[in-house]
Structure formats: C-alpha cells, structure tokens
Design a binder for this molecule. Structure first.
Ligand code: HEC
Length: 114
C-alpha cells in the first residue's frame, strides 16, 4: 500500500515541478524582452518605437520575416549582434544573457508571428 502511494505521488510531484519551471522561464523571457529588446522591437514586436525606427528594426509579427532565420541563427545573431556595413544595428547580448535565456527569448519572439 505504502509503495503504491509512492509510485503514484512521484510522477505527480515531478510534473508539478516541471510545470512550475517552464512557467517561470516564460516569465523570464518576457522580463528579459522588456528590459533588453522592447526599446527597439516594441512590446508587440512591431518595432514601432523611436529607437526601432532609427536602428531599422523590422516587424517581428510578419511570419515571412521570421521564416528568414532558424532558431539557431537567431540565437547566434542575438549573441553576436547585427552589424551592417560596419555599423552596429543591434548590440551583442552574449555578455548579458545566458544561452538558456536566449533560447527562451527565441521561443518568445516566435510567438509574435503566430
Ligand atoms: C538597438 C535596437 C535593438 C535592440 C535593443 C534589439 N534589437 Fe533585435 N534587431 C535590431 C535591428 C536593427 C535588427 C536587424 C534588422 C534587419 O536589418 O534585418 C534586429 C534583428 C533582430 C532579429 C532578426 C535576427 C535575424 O537573424 O535576422 C531578431 C529575432 C531580434 N532582433 C530579436 C531581438 C531580441 C530578442 C532582442 C533583445 C535581447 C533584441 N532584438 C534587441 C535592433 C535591436
């Protein structure tokens, strides 16, 4: 009897913990986006901000634009930044955000185009 309780409880507790972890990761991505990205890309991803216009950021809600890069390429761009004709358009974030944070940001950014 005791044994069956344990085998029943372990998966329940584990999935509850996993659910909690992924929810807090999504919250991190949202907060990181607000802090590091929204100034140019806008809260809605449309880049309709002053800084976004000056930098030349594009509308991330357009699926055809997002189809131009893979998740891996996006992570790489975020790490290294975007430099065009010797001019820095987007800063590199590799010092500021971890690989995991960048990956959750990619998932967050993908949602704009859905
Ligand atoms: C200083 C303004 C600025 C900030 C801050 C900024 N970006 Fe960008 N971002 C740009 C510009 C400009 C481009 C390049 C647009 C182009 O020419 O394709 C770009 C491109 C991108 C792309 C397309 C990448 C590709 O492979 O072409 C993604 C995705 C992106 N930014 C996400 C983010 C995220 C996530 C953050 C926050 C961690 C962020 N950006 C912060 C200006 C900015």
């Amino acid at each position: 009897m005791k044994q069956t309780m344990k085998t029943l409880l372990i998966p329940i507790v584990c999935s509850a913990l996993l659910g909690f972890a992924s929810a807090s990761q999504a919250a991190d991505a949202k907060a990181n986006y607000k802090t590091h990205c929204a100034s140019c890309h806008g809260n809605d991803g449309k880049a309709k901000t002053r800084a976004g216009r000056i930098a030349g950021a594009k509308d991330l809600t357009v699926k055809a634009y997002q189809d131009l890069f893979t998740d891996e390429q996006m992570v790489q761009r975020l790490k290294d930044g975007v430099i065009d004709k010797g001019k820095e358009k987007m800063k590199p974030f590799k010092e500021k955000l971890s690989d995991d944070e960048l990956k959750s940001l990619v998932a967050f950014v993908r949602k704009f185009a859905k």
